[in-house]
Design a protein around this ligand. Structure first.
Ligand code: FMN
Length: 406
């Protein structure tokens, strides 16, 4: 038998073993009924190696070029806010409730008139092509399979084509918002394409110093096209326009203001969700200027450093907004318990970026889907353990800050 044939024989054997393993798993599921923890998963598949978001991060780090990894995982300047965004969760303690019937856990909700299967949303993230080819469309397809809302910033036509699920479109300082003349046709187009919301990111009027990327001489355009291949000596081509320091910040046009938000809200019948709010005052302004929702966010600690953790900013925004519009939050959510804490502090839903990007980098579309499945099932399990069978049962009494008197 030639090598090729032998190799094929071996593949067939492995495939047969896989099939019989799958059969056995299905048999077990039959025996115990359709218990969700017995859902058929082929554990010889490397996808099932990582068992939580942090292990997906490790898988992504091993797979990616170090430059792409730093772009994905890094924060700005001293990365103080980045560290805070994780550490703050340890200062929040869950207060579980016993002897509640938690036979069935219901994660469903309605957000801005849209029914969602669970309160975890995929955040916008630019530069996905340096983690996976055709990254934006891949994530859009994964979001549909994962039954999750996706906030996208890819090319409109392909995106709507790739993702038939609910999608919000993300805008920042781009030309579309410059004048009413450019804004109106743009939002009409989004409406016609079937987007269900416009996410207006307000914390990136200038791009911060991401010092890992600066040291790496990363060319930001590479993240759009995909990182170029390293040569035989392991060197990347020299960047034509590397990320640099010592350049005075200025923009060729005025940056958007609260009036821009008012204009945007009046130009469209779609809900406008303002992303990047960190204070009570700005939460109040969002309501006043017509926003339909806010996302408490520090851009994943990638913009202004030293802003603390978003989970720390959330309570003041929730208080200021006072139930008039939904408040969402993102930044450092890696566990079901983190999501539960966010919901307990008044967030209607939690958004994530790096977690699904780790999945994307490590395993493509299936990785994104798996990460969302892990987060969703962890949240359900944690709710079951905390005595809250549905989202309506979650309130502020479910958490306390360490040292906070009850
Ligand atoms: C690689 C990367 C690219 C991002 N690009 C954008 C973007 O284009 N627009 C935006 O509003 N936020 C962007 N963000 C911020 C995320 O939307 C989100 O606010 C933040 O990353 C959430 O924190 P987490 O990554 O800890 O979940 C990006 C984040 C990452 C990690």
């Amino acid at each position: 038998m030639g090598d090729l044939q032998r190799g094929q024989g071996c593949d067939v054997l492995v495939a047969q073993m896989r099939i019989s393993r799958r059969k056995a798993i299905r048999g077990l599921v039959g025996m115990f009924g359709a218990a969700p923890w017995l859902e058929a998963q082929d554990y010889s598949d490397p996808l099932y190696g990582p068992i939580n978001v942090m292990e997906f991060a490790e898988a992504a780090r091993k797979k990616l070029d170090p430059l792409a990894w730093d772009y994905l995982d890094g924060g700005s300047e001293d990365e103080v806010a980045l560290r805070d965004s994780r550490e703050a969760f340890n200062r929040l303690i869950l207060r579980p409730r016993m002897l509640v019937n938690v036979q069935k856990i219901d994660l469903s909700l309605e957000l801005l008139g849209q029914k969602l299967a669970y309160p975890i949303i995929l955040d916008p993230a630019g530069g996905k092509n340096c983690f996976h080819p055709d990254g934006e469309n891949t994530v859009a397809r994964a979001a549909v399979n994962a039954k999750a809302l996706h906030i996208t910033n890819g090319g409109i036509d392909e995106m709507v084509e790739a993702g038939k699920g609910p999608q919000w479109w993300q805008v920042t300082t781009g030309g579309q918002l410059r004048t009413a003349q450019t804004m109106r046709p743009f939002v009409k187009r989004l409406e016609a394409m079937g987007c269900s919301g416009i996410c207006f990111t307000v914390d990136i009027m200038h791009v911060s110093h991401r010092e890992r990327d600066i040291r790496n001489k990363l060319e930001r355009a590479w993240c759009e096209s995909g990182l170029p291949k390293r040569d035989a000596l392991g060197k990347l081509p020299e960047a034509k326009n590397p990320w640099r320091v010592g350049i005075y910040p200025e923009r060729p046009f005025p940056t958007p203001t609260w009036e821009t938000l008012s204009e945007l809200c009046s130009a469209t019948k779609l809900p406008v969700i303002v992303k990047g709010i960190l204070t009570a005052e700005d939460g109040e302004r969002c309501v006043k200027h017509g926003a339909s929702a806010v996302i408490v966010s520090s851009h994943g600690a990638r913009q202004l450093d030293h802003v603390g953790a978003t989970i720390e900013a959330l309570p003041e925004v929730v208080k200021a907004v006072h139930g008039r519009i939904p408040v969402l939050v993102d930044g450092g959510f890696r566990r079901g318990t983190d999501v539960l804490k966010g919901l307990a502090l008044g967030a209607k839903a939690v958004c994530v970026a790096r977690p699904y990007l780790y999945g994307l980098a490590a395993f493509g579309q299936r990785g994104v889907e798996r990460v969302m499945q892990l987060l969703r099932t962890e949240l359900a399990l944690d709710m079951g353990l905390a005595g809250v069978p549905n989202l309506a049962a979650i309130d502020r009494s479910l958490v306390r800050w360490r040292g906070e008197a009850r």
